[in-house]
Ligand binder design. Structure first.
Ligand code: QJS
Length: 232
């Protein structure tokens, strides 16, 4: 998160850190007791290794009450996701057991109505991604507020040049922005998850390249069917 600030501990009890060998790789968030939603690109370069999911954390390293690392039973990337573009950049992770819900671990509702969030709506995004252009990796969760920008503005030739589909949305990236390591986290507007930070590599903090999110509402049928089919 660039240009943001340290989050109030445990005010975002849905936040997940996807880890490999104890290292944070991407964000994610709890959408059901045993399901985390993240970004499919985050599984690239992991040569088939399965993530572990850290829940209930504010600090990535310090011992905290209710902080717990969960094993993953299944990782299901959206079938349309691929390494060449940002399309269908979603990943569902089934935890090996239901997460123990408490004051520090809670589910975040996601938007089910497929309607664009109005431009200028101020949403918030949090993560353990880089907090400086030099790539400093924070130990604590950071957050930042960002206004939604219209798809037409985001698709301008000088911005993302008509690559933003109706299943994506954008926020202004002037100074304050998401960055590497924040991918997979939720864009929260009025307390509801509207988007997932895409994990395609992108420059951060440059107003000419707005942040891109996968909208969740267009994928409700896929999410519900995967959760229903794999229910333990
Ligand atoms: O965050 C992303 O956009 C992104 N997209 C990817 C694609 C493949 C892939 F193998 C990884 C990623 C990845 N995450 C990262 O590189 C994480 C490792 C880096 C990081 C940054 C800040 C703090 C901790 C760790």
């Amino acid at each position: 998160i660039l240009g943001g600030y340290e989050a109030k501990p445990h005010l975002r009890p849905y936040m997940a850190s996807l880890q490999l060998d104890g290292q944070h790789v991407c964000g994610g968030f709890l959408i059901a007791e045993e399901w985390v939603l993240s970004a499919a690109h985050c599984t690239e370069e992991t040569d088939g290794k399965v993530f572990q999911v850290l829940l209930g954390a504010h600090s990535l390293t310090e011992p905290e009450p209710h902080k717990r690392l969960y094993r993953v039973r299944a990782q299901i990337p959206h079938p349309g996701s691929n390494i060449h573009n940002n399309k269908d950049d979603l990943l569902l992770l089934q935890l090996e057991e239901k997460a123990e819900l408490n004051v520090h671990v809670q589910v975040l509702p996601f938007q089910r109505e497929d309607r664009d969030v109005a431009a200028d709506t101020v949403c918030e995004v949090a993560g353990w991604g880089t907090i400086s252009h030099s790539g400093h990796r924070p130990d604590k969760l950071y957050q930042v507020e960002r206004p939604v920008i219209s798809r037409d503005v985001c698709n301008h030739r000088t911005r993302h040049d008509h690559t933003i589909t109706e299943k994506m949305m954008c926020t202004d990236s002037r100074r304050k922005d998401t960055c590497k390591g924040d991918s997979g986290g939720p864009l929260v507007c009025n307390g509801v998850a509207e988007g997932v930070v895409t994990a395609g590599s992108r420059v951060c903090g440059n107003y000419k390249k707005p942040a891109i999110y996968t909208r969740i509402a267009p994928y409700v049928a896929w999410i519900d069917s995967v959760m229903a089919s794999a229910a333990v």
